[in-house]
Design a protein around this ligand. Structure first.
Ligand code: GLA
Length: 721
């Protein structure tokens, strides 16, 4: 593998101007620049790659000291324990989390990677590392998203030796924050119907593992971390952060070494992982994206959001604003039929809904969750004339038509299972564990993948389907795979095949949009988001609970991606909040309605129509603007979020009161992200009249938002004059 010398590339001034990557041949140092951060790495005298800098912008490569290789402190504390290795193979005197670990057919296990070559092309840097004895290579790929402030790392392991190797760990890379202690880790944890609970804790010596062993991204942790200097707040302080683009088993190990170094290694989960590589074969890690913010957790989130909107979502900045959606699930559950859906569609259209999605129950013998998954043919009792009349009717009402599918699953009570019992994931003739009465299809098999692609392609071809809600309602169990050399390959092949189906569907049906759902927020990550347009945030649509879930979600993911519905009360946990409160909570993302519209009163219809119209007037600001989390639902009685349009012309403040104590005064909420010198016209949503204030006053003094009683809420729309 010979790469063009970087020196030649850098010698051409035109190319130099085009790249955000500098190289010093003399020091063997690379310096990667984004608008708001810099990252440096270099080769030490032993040929190892060291992280040298990660933080705010620095412009002088001469400032970056070359990699020294460190020095051992005792026979128990070798040099490699003290340096920030960029991508250590497991071998030599290494005891920290490795980035890659292998076993050769002959039993030898060490992999000691030394710099071999590199190339800079535009904003891409490739560094090739080679084992000190064998022709086993790792190519590290870096891409700089300059304006967004993000750097992508990924790695490709290539076996050019003469023997097969078994990969036991393949990570995407290691991020090391500046040497020292006193850092805090932020991550989200949760469970079904309580995803994205933001957690912040001190980092101590030892390793904390965030991971999924469930086959999908999972509700329990999300593949994201943020490390702050110990005192960062929403708008101040230093935050280093990263997120993986992988929807299968993933792992992020946050390690504080006894040598006061915090390092984060992430990639494919090592649990039950094995990947054989014959001579000539290679394995690529998922991408690991990282960034730095000097402006606190808010600055971190705004960078992530901008990055997702620009570089991750399938059509990037060209993707349309998310339409207002209606979904029938909570209204009808499995009891869908043509007359019932037509009636709901008529009502939804009158409210201003733009996308009508029929959820579970339309196919096979699907009258409850005990049967039908796998049989993706229209149920003739419920839809005697197929789906076409309904879909066309929905279109005639001016709405797009969307359909729920759960392609990766199979009920034992289905024609598909009766025909192909071996397609369900299982371990020989051992018992198969059902969850929600269903088994997981072994999507790692190419015949299963082709079958599912054909089924979905047929639906998308036959009917005017604009949108699939793609669900996945249980994790893996008994992930066996018979008659293959390495059954453990199932874990990654499954995810790759799901990606492939989505990619092929989108290529063949360019108008098609996909929502990623996995019993709510079980599959949300930067891998699936390259293939879907939005995600189902949580099956918990209770508005007060949602404030907390959306708070955690917003740390990482943009409001445009966050599907949020208004549903009926009392909701799943028995709480009843006013319809206005439910709307304002849901209007902070991609607004949807999931209520039983047949039960809406005239007053409900009026309010819903007004709210949807108002939402459309602030939609670009909410979905694509800058988010400022002013008051957290984790503290105090009032939650407040502000969205500022990209061009600064509009801002929207949402405020929610949990429950007021007698005579407690209404809070003054200090806004952010405005132009201090500009004047803003402020209107309270739903009220006549306006007031004018300067940006300076709104940010310094704040504005008093009248909230009283329980579950009161308000939205203020600010227009820059
Ligand atoms: C999952 C989804 C719900 C709904 C049901 C249908 O729970 O998260 O929104 O689609 O499946 O069975």
């Amino acid at each position: 593998m010979r790469l063009r010398s970087c020196f030649l590339l850098l010698a051409a001034p035109v190319l130099l101007a085009q790249t955000r990557i500098e190289y010093s041949e003399q020091k063997k140092v690379w310096l990667l620049h984004t608008d708001s951060s810099a990252y440096a790495l270099g080769v030490n005298p032993r040929g190892e790659l060291e992280t040298l800098y990660w933080g705010g912008p620095v412009w002088r490569i001469a400032d970056i000291a070359g990699a020294t290789g460190g020095r051992g402190q005792s026979s128990f504390d070798p040099a490699q324990s003290n340096i920030r290795e960029e991508f250590p193979g497991w071998g030599g005197t290494r005891y920290l989390e490795p980035s890659v670990k292998i076993t050769r057919a002959n039993g030898q296990r060490e992999l000691v990677l030394h710099y071999s070559a590199h190339a800079i092309t535009g904003d891409d840097l490739k560094i090739v590392m080679k084992d000190l004895s064998d022709d086993i290579f790792v190519t590290l790929n870096y891409h700089v998203y300059g304006a967004e402030g993000i750097i992508r790392k990924s790695a490709v392991l290539l076996n050019k030796s003469k023997q097969e190797i078994h990969v036991e760990s393949m990570q995407s890379g290691t991020w090391s924050v500046p040497h020292g202690e006193g850092y805090r880790l932020s991550y989200v944890t949760g469970r079904w119907a309580a995803e994205s609970q933001l957690t912040r804790e001190a980092i101590h010596t030892g390793t904390k593992v965030l991971e999924s062993r469930k086959g999908h991204t999972s509700h329990n942790f999300n593949p994201w971390f943020a490390i702050d200097d110990g005192s960062a707040s929403e708008e101040t302080g230093r935050v280093w952060f990263g997120a993986l683009g992988w929807s299968g088993n993933w792992r992020i190990a946050v390690e504080q070494t006894p040598y006061s170094q915090v390092r984060v290694t992430g990639g494919l989960n090592t649990f039950d992982f094995a990947q054989p590589l014959k001579p000539g074969e290679s394995l690529e890690s998922p991408p690991f994206y990282g960034g730095y913010a000097a402006d606190g957790f808010g600055g971190m989130s705004r960078r992530m959001h901008r990055f997702e909107l620009t570089d991750i979502l399938p059509h990037g900045l060209q993707s349309r604003l998310r339409p207002v959606l209606y979904n029938s699930w909570e209204a009808t559950t499995f009891a869908v039929d043509e007359p019932g859906q037509r009636a709901l569609a008529e009502k939804a259209a009158k409210l201003g809904v733009e996308l009508f999605v029929m959820d579970d129950g339309w196919f096979g013998k699907r009258n409850n969750d005990k049967a039908g998954l796998g049989d993706w043919t229209v149920n003739p009792q419920k839809f005697p004339n197929g789906l076409e009349p309904l879909a066309k009717y929905v279109n005639s009402l001016g709405m797009d038509f969307g359909l729920w599918v759960e392609p990766e699953m199979i009920n034992p009570d289905s024609d598909l299972y009766r025909a192909h019992p071996d397609w369900a994931m299982h371990s020989g003739d051992r018992p198969r564990s059902e969850l929600r009465n269903q088994l997981v299809l072994n999507m790692a098999r190419n015949d299963v993948k082709e079958y599912i692609f054909t089924v979905l392609d047929k639906l998308a071809t036959q009917y005017p389907i604009r949108y699939f809600k793609w669900d996945m309602n249980r994790p893996f169990a008994e992930p066996g795979w018979e008659n293959v050399a390495e059954p453990k390959e199932l874990w990654i092949r499954y995810t790759k095949n799901v990606y492939e189906i989505m990619d092929r569907l989108r290529a063949k049906h360019p108008q098609l949009e996909i929502e990623s759902c996995s019993g709510g927020g079980g599959r949300i990550d930067l891998g699936i988001l390259q293939r879907v347009d939005e995600v189902w945030t949580s099956d918990n649509t209770e508005a007060f609970d949602r404030l907390g879930i959306q708070y955690g979600f917003s740390q990482i993911y943009a409001p445009k991606i966050m599907s949020a519905w208004v549903t009926d009360v009392p909701n799943m946990n028995g709480r009843s909040t006013p319809l206005k409160y439910r709307f304002l909570v849901a209007m902070q993302g991609a607004l949807g309605v999931g209520s039983n519209l047949n039960k809406f009163s005239a007053a409900d219809e009026k309010l819903a129509t007004e709210m949807i119209a108002a939402y459309k007037s602030i939609r670009p600001t909410v979905q694509e603007g800058n988010l400022y989390r002013l008051l957290s639902p984790q503290q105090g009685e009032v939650t407040a979020n502000e969205y500022v349009a990209r061009d600064g012309g509009q801002a929207v403040l949402f405020a929610f009161l949990h429950s007021q104590q007698y005579q407690r005064p209404a809070p003054a909420i200090r806004l952010a992200g405005l132009d201090a010198r500009a004047t803003y016209r402020v209107q309270i949503l739903g009220l006549m009249g306006t007031m004018d204030y300067s940006g300076a006053y709104l940010m310094e003094n704040g504005i008093t938002v009248r909230l009283s009683g329980d579950y009161d809420s308000s939205a203020l729309i600010l227009t820059r004059l």
